[in-house]
Design a protein around this ligand. Structure first.
Ligand code: ATP
Length: 566
């Protein structure tokens, strides 16, 4: 505010200086007297200028800091909202597009929002002060200057709408560009093996060209509208203003000093209007873009804890997992992935889920880990409906090994201890992690790895079997009463598989409930019970010997012959 005030004051002082100088010239007075009259005004001008420069520097630093703080806080808020979303959300939104929202959208928002208060205050002040001082110099000239304002304002509004609409299109196109790049980079092996580099480059170029096209369209439309608005407000009113000013000077109604002051104020008024117009279009764009940002930050995950959720301390959990009439359909799918599934897993028991590919084994495990909720039926842990339990508490009760072992680009021990609930510190914790690694048959290769060296993105520096064993070690290290495993031994050799399967039996003997989806006979043969799924339904259940002994056993006829024995 003070910056805008001093700028207008400087225009006013310049006018005064000119008027005094011209008066001395006209009267032919002693120039040394002119110096005495001009000096105090020039001094005041100097003070204003000095203050203006200093205030500018301080304002620059403060707003730059605020901009970065705002940007980081918006990113943190969005990331916090994203990471809570249910797994299904990430299957419908590509990671590249989400990262684009996290970086690009927030940057755009903070750019506008950060400048908004400064631009608004400075320019409203500039506009008001300039108009008042202009009116003080000459009312009629001021009225002519502001005559095109209503029309110019309508054009600015229209520009805002257009820029807002195209802003969303631009960001969506950029999200697509990032999605294409991140998918190709994440699958670079498959791309190279398939020799599809050219296809991927074409896809990327197509996406970037589309983005460029949207930017071009925005630029053309925005510039055209801005041009008309500036033409109306500045250029068209300038000719009558100049003629009128000369006329008033000739009539003696306007001094040269007043004319100079008026022109400087007019320039300041126009600058104020222009910057407010730019701010308005920027805010319109931010408003449109922010819709996406707030859609994400406000989104409630479909899987979350109820406000009245039951707390479940780990020490109170036995680990009985039971499914009762569970039916589940993936979002946007017509077919049911699971129908009326009923079985349970008791503490001390290994239950093997078997069935053909696509039968629904992973879907059962997904529901048991509460990564999604079933549409029908109930899943209970120790008699508590999963939906009623505090989600964090429940997740502490389960150790999960996924079909694709999820490792991080961190050290091997950080990976094993990831999300670990071990309360012990130091040596005891290290010992427990080492035990888990040994139980997963991973000691030999883990000891050969450099202790602090990261394992590469998603553990890319390890073999498939090594990744799988680290994932098993992590699940064991959690010390959870329920273990959910999706083909945990699929990448292991026969001997290691046998050892891991016997580890699972030992863990069960210690009182854990183990539910394991398996295609391998060694793993299935060691299970206490087998649940066979076909097209999302449980078709057979029992001990392996019982199933094999049954006449017309679906298990004996279809599953066992197709099982891999290494
Ligand atoms: N994320 C998903 N979105 C939509 N449908 C899915 C999704 N995951 C699985 N399905 C569908 O659900 C059904 C059951 O799949 P599921 O992955 O549970 O089978 P599975 O028995 O684990 O198979 P596999 O042995 O090949 O891993 C399949 O028809 C599959 O196409």
């Amino acid at each position: 505010m003070s910056l805008a005030g001093t700028a207008s004051l400087r225009a006013f002082l310049t006018g005064r200086l000119l008027d005094i100088a011209l008066e001395f010239a006209r009267n032919g007075s002693d120039p040394s007297g002119a110096f005495a009259a001009l000096a105090p005004i020039a001094g005041l001008y100097f003070a204003c200028a000095l203050y203006g420069y200093m205030a500018n520097v301080v304002q620059g630093i403060l707003f730059a800091l605020a901009r970065w703080k705002m940007s980081m806080s918006m990113r943190q808020k969005l990331f916090k909202a994203l990471i809570r979303q249910e797994v299904g959300f990430f299957e419908q939104n590509s990671s590249g597009a989400l990262v684009s929202r996290l970086t690009n959208d927030t940057d755009q928002l903070q750019n506008v929002l950060n400048r908004a208060p400064e631009t608004l205050v400075t320019n409203v002040m500039r506009l008001v002060v300039s108009l008042v001082l202009m009116a003080q110099q000459h009312v009629l000239l001021t009225l002519v200057s502001v005559a095109p304002l209503p029309l110019a304002f309508l054009l600015v509004k229209k520009t805002g709408k257009v820029v807002g609409r195209y802003g969303v299109l631009q960001n969506d196109s950029l999200a697509r560009v990032n999605a294409v790049a991140s998918e190709a980079i994440a699958n670079v092996r498959a791309v190279q093996i398939a020799g599809a580099e050219k296809t991927e480059v074409e896809e990327y170029c197509q996406a970037t060209n589309k983005y460029l096209k949207v930017i071009e369209q925005t630029l053309f439309k925005e510039t055209a509208l801005r041009f008309v608005s500036t033409l109306l407000n500045d250029a068209l009113s300038d000719v009558p203003l100049l003629c009128l000013s000369c006329w008033f000077i000739a009539c003696g109604q306007l001094t040269m000093g007043q004319f100079y002051t008026y022109r400087t104020l007019l320039w300041s008024y126009r600058r104020g209007f222009r910057e407010l117009a730019e701010l308005f279009t920027g805010v319109s764009r931010a408003q449109a873009v922010s819709q996406r940002y707030f859609d994400l930050t406000d989104r409630q995950p479909s899987v979350s804890s109820k406000p009245s959720a039951t707390r479940l301390p780990l020490s109170h959990v036995r680990g009985t997992l039971s499914l009762q009439g569970v039916s589940f359909r993936y979002p946007d799918q017509d077919e049911w992935a699971l129908q009326d599934v009923t079985f349970d897993v008791q503490p001390g028991e290994v239950v093997a889920l078997v069935g053909a590919s696509g039968a629904g084994k992973s879907s059962v495990l997904r529901l048991c880990a509460r990564l999604a909720d079933p549409q029908d039926g109930s899943i209970r842990l120790d008699g508590h409906e999963l939906r009623d339990l505090d989600l964090q508490d429940f997740r502490r009760c389960i150790g999960v090994v996924d079909q694709e072992p999820a490792l991080f680009d961190r050290s091997v021990w950080d990976n094993v201890g990831y999300g670990c609930t071990l309360s012990q510190k130091g040596c005891v914790r290290d010992e427990l992690l080492a035990d888990a690694v040994a139980a997963a048959q991973a000691t030999k290769f883990v000891e050969a790895l450099p202790v602090d060296e990261p394992l590469g993105e998603r553990g890319s520096r390890l073999s498939g079997g090594q990744r799988q064993r680290l994932a098993i070690a992590r699940a064991i290290a959690r010390g959870a009463p329920v273990l959910l495993m999706d083909e945990p031994t699929s990448a292991l050799d026969g001997e290691t598989e046998e050892a891991v399967a016997s580890t699972l039996s030992r863990l069960a003997a210690q009182g854990r409930a183990v539910l394991v989806a398996a295609h391998r006979l060694r793993t299935v043969a060691r299970a206490h019970r087998i649940v066979m799924l076909e097209d999302g339904r449980v078709v057979e259940e029992g001990r392996r010997e019982e199933l094999l002994a049954q006449p017309n056993s679906r298990y004996r006829a279809t599953v066992e012959p197709s099982m891999e024995v290494e």
